[in-house]
Design a protein around this ligand. Structure first.
Ligand code: ADP
Ligand code: ZN
Length: 613
């Protein structure tokens, strides 16, 4: 497995779980793989495809995604192809012939095409595995539901012994379960397993800025882009109009940008996407229609001009930055008026309750006074006991107090009611307020009744929010929002851990604004990484620039986007390692045999000339 990894993909080690997943597939197992965007999902089915006889069929929802993957595989010397409706008969005939001859290791197609081909092409060739990319499209709970995906349950019945691999970056528990049921039924085959990696993306930084007027958003955007010179990024906007407004503003400041939304013609959308992928524009101002087809690995930043409707959407969107693992920044603007708009959307949607809950989780993230990454990771069910040092709260922490007693009061009140109360009743008990519910259940007789009288209702709400964010409490959204104490919470309750809480600050908006004015919200980020030599060994910028130019000319000659030739990360590794022989070039992380042979000479020449050898 390691030999194949180096030969075709150029890497020396697997990322967490990749090795387990691949071994499982090679042993004939089926699985669901949950990894964040950029986590390295593709390799989990591409590598076994190279080791098994026959062809792996990859189901993908978009032609642009297929194209990107096929180009990327071709650039690594792997025989791959896509069958889709945009091809001529001659082209599709050529691909089918190659499949029949066993020359294609990975074949991409849409779910509807796969269903059509089940009795034809698929029937006639040896299928080594089925990989279902963006598997959340099968679920109505997911954010990208596609009717065509629903037929994929058929595969399990027709190919009971062929590995079926479902992959997604969606972390939502309901969606995860639904994917499995839809693909494998209530009782999945005996060799089915789930693999879930951490959803953490340590290379992404998180910043939230309260911004009420367009003007202060715009000036922050300018500052932010100013600190990302020549680095491309995406600005997500709530509406088509907003994308146009933002793009007009950027153009006035000579920033090369384009817009993307569902109201454009297909040709206009293709052009926008291609301009972005090929680095002809620095910025794309887009609605959420933009993204799933974007595998560009060197997106360095993502701004949300407006708040997304859920943490899933937010994380998927910011996840498009930094797929190559290099430091990348995210900035979210948060305003009360966006919140109102989104609440209305959620209320008018078919699934009001669940959508409002999702939105409120997003609001909790935006309003948080604890490390933002902790909130995200808690949300994805992986509480981590540490602050990340790579978000605005960590850089600019609010005042902290010893909150152990406060947490114990609240948790004890919750425990004594049998964990049957939501936030409102909890605060009533703590503050000693008698309501009908309190009387009905005799909660006014509890020893905790009134112990938190000194603290105001608003402060309690803030503290309990923090307890949820810290992972001491869980909200049972499906059961009247009752609060449940987690294992971590019990540790605090029984005095095994102390806790620092942020002092509530109810006029955060004003204070934060004042604080921010002097210093850009993002200026600290590059410094952060420079402070830590372990994160980034030195790559000579002048050499890196020469290598970038070489990559660009190679890309243009072949008609590929630059990142397909090799990622920014690989380019940086070359600049750090400075190989002066083709053999040494082949040892750089990210360079496989094919790229070594194809590009070694050119790169080595540039490096030798640069260092005067
Ligand atoms: P996903 O499909 O999960 O969004 P990708 O498969 O596109 O992520 O992988 C993201 C990036 O990580 C790619 O540039 C890929 O080459 C790189 N990558 C994957 N596996 C490894 C590994 N074992 N070592 C180093 N880089 C890897
Ligand atoms: Zn943090």
């Amino acid at each position: 497995m390691l030999t194949t990894l180096k030969r075709y993909f150029g890497y020396d080690t697997f990322r967490p779980l990749q090795e387990d997943i691949i071994s499982h597939i090679l042993a004939g197992g089926s699985c669901m793989v949950l990894m964040p965007t950029g986590g390295g999902k593709s390799l989990c089915y591409q590598l076994p495809a190279m080791m098994m006889p026959g062809t792996t069929i990859v189901v993908s929802p978009l032609i642009s995604l297929m194209k990107d993957q096929v180009e990327q595989l071709a650039a690594a010397g792997i025989p791959a192809a896509a069958l889709n409706s945009s091809q001529s008969d001659a082209e599709s005939y050529r691909i089918r012939t190659m499949c029949h001859e066993g020359k294609i290791k990975l074949l991409y197609m849409s779910p509807e095409r796969l269903m059509m081909e089940l009795d034809y092409l698929i029937h006639d060739i040896t299928v080594s595995a089925f990989a279902i990319d963006e598997a959340h499209c099968i679920s109505q709970w997911g954010h990208d539901f596609r009717e065509e995906y629903c037929q994929l349950g058929e595969l399990d019945k027709r190919y009971p012994t062929t590995p079926i691999i479902a992959l997604t970056a969606t972390a939502d528990k309901l969606t995860r379960q639904d994917i499995v049921t839809q693909l494998f039924g209530e009782e999945p085959r005996s060799n089915f397993r789930r693999f879930v990696t951490s959803f953490d993306r340590p290379n992404l930084s998180f910043t939230v800025q309260k911004a009420s007027t367009t003007q202060n958003r715009h000036s922050s955007i300018l500052r932010f882009i100013g600190s990302h010179k020549d680095e491309c990024g995406i600005i997500y906007c709530i509406s088509r109009k907003e994308t146009e407004k933002t793009a007009d503003f950027l153009r006035e400041h000579d920033i090369a940008c384009t817009i993307y939304h569902a109201g454009l013609t297909a040709a206009e959308r293709d052009k926008a996407q291609n301009d972005f992928i090929n680095d002809r524009v620095q910025v794309v101002c887009a609605t959420i229609a933009f993204g799933m087809g974007i595998n560009k690995s060197n997106v360095r930043w993502v701004i949300h001009n407006n708040m997304p409707k859920s943490i899933e959407s937010f994380y998927q969107e910011v996840g498009r930055a930094g797929r190559d693992g290099l430091p990348s920044d995210t900035l979210l603007f948060y305003s009360y008026s966006d919140m109102i708009t989104l609440e209305r959307f959620a209320s008018e949607s078919g699934q009001k309750d669940i959508n409002l809950k999702r939105l409120h989780c997003m609001r909790d993230y935006a309003e948080s006074t604890v490390c933002r990454r902790r909130i995200l990771l808690n949300y994805f069910g992986e509480p981590d006991g540490r602050d990340c040092c790579n978000c605005d709260v960590c850089w600019n922490p609010p005042k902290r107090i010893d909150g152990t007693k406060l947490v114990q009061m609240a948790l004890s009140a919750i425990k004594r009611t049998g964990e049957r109360i939501a936030m409102g009743n909890c605060i009533e008990i703590l503050r000693g307020m008698s309501s009908n519910v309190i009387k009905k259940w005799h909660w006014d007789a509890l020893p905790t009744f009134g112990v938190g009288r000194e603290t105001t209702t608003d402060d309690w709400r803030d503290y309990i929010m923090q307890m949820i964010h810290y992972g001491f409490l869980e909200v049972a959204y499906d059961n009247n929002s009752h609060l449940h104490i987690t294992d971590l919470g019990n540790e605090v309750l029984y005095g095994k851990q102390t806790v620092q809480l942020a002092q509530p600050n109810h006029d955060v908006v004003e204070k934060k604004k004042a604080k921010r004015r002097g210093s850009s919200a993002t200026r600290d980020i590059p410094a952060m990484f420079q402070d830590d030599p372990a994160v980034k060994p030195y790559a000579d910028p002048a050499l890196l620039q020469l290598l970038r130019e070489l990559r660009k000319s190679l890309a243009q000659a072949q008609g590929f986007p630059a990142y397909i030739i090799m990622s920014d990360k690989t380019l940086e590794n070359i600049a750090i390692d400075r190989p002066t022989t083709i053999e040494a070039f082949g040892r750089v992380s990210g360079i496989g045999e094919y790229k070594q042979q194809k590009y070694g000479r050119d790169f080595v020449d540039v490096i030798r000339r640069y260092i005067g050898k």
